[in-house]
Design a protein around this ligand. Structure first.
Ligand SMILES: Cc1cc2nc3c(=O)[nH]c(=O)nc-3n(C[C@H](O)[C@H](O)[C@H](O)COP(=O)(O)O)c2cc1C
Length: 164
């Protein structure tokens, strides 16, 4: 019987990777066998009974590697429980409320409908002022997004504890 859980992530500045590691840590404490890997290092889903995909959101888009992962493994993912988490909104308040109804760009609807994720959730993200290029700074200023680390480790752990 397949035992392993895959936590695959797509990150630009590391915040999503750290969320993925936290989820892995919680699942391991629950005696699960877990691999936490960047999406580009996943070559085969056959060892896994469950998959979790995490992606950072930039300018209303998922990270390209997350899209590639979803499309490459769509047939396999459709046959196993897949949970997706987004790392995005900054600022006070519930990240899911900050995100509104949006979960994925419309262009991903066909593949989302194929893989039928059990859930698409969202955690607060992190924006570091020192790491942005001028274009990113302009986008952040224009949208009034808050700079800082809005990842809530308790809610991430609690979500991971709820996975069966
Ligand atoms: C230029 C820029 C654009 C962003 N656009 C969005 C967005 O459209 N929606 C969102 O929820 N978060 C957006 N964010 C926030 C990031 O997704 C968030 O900080 C995330 O945690 C970064 O993850 P990473 O460190 O793994 O790359 C944006 C951040 C930057 C710097």
């Amino acid at each position: 019987m397949k035992e392993r859980v895959l936590v695959a992530y797509a990150t630009k500045r590391g915040s999503t990777a750290e969320i993925a590691e936290k989820i892995g840590e919680v699942l391991r404490k629950r005696q699960m066998q877990v691999d936490v890997l960047p999406t580009r290092k996943v070559a085969d889903l056959s060892p896994y009974k469950t998959a979790i995909l995490g992606t950072a959101v930039y300018i209303g888009l998922w990270r390209r590697e997350a899209v590639k992962f979803l499309k490459t493994f769509a047939d396999e993912l459709a046959k196993m429980p897949l949970r997706i988490f987004l790392s995005g909104p900054t600022g006070a308040g519930d990240p899911l409320e900050l995100l509104g109804d949006w979960r994925f760009p419309e262009s991903l609807r066909p593949v989302i409908e194929q893989v039928k994720p059990v859930e698409i959730t969202c955690f607060g993200g992190r924006i570091e002022s020192g790491k942005m290029n001028p274009f990113e700074k302009m986008i952040i200023k224009k949208n009034g997004a808050e700079i800082g680390d809005f990842r809530n480790w308790e809610s991430i752990a609690s979500w991971a504890n709820g996975i069966d």
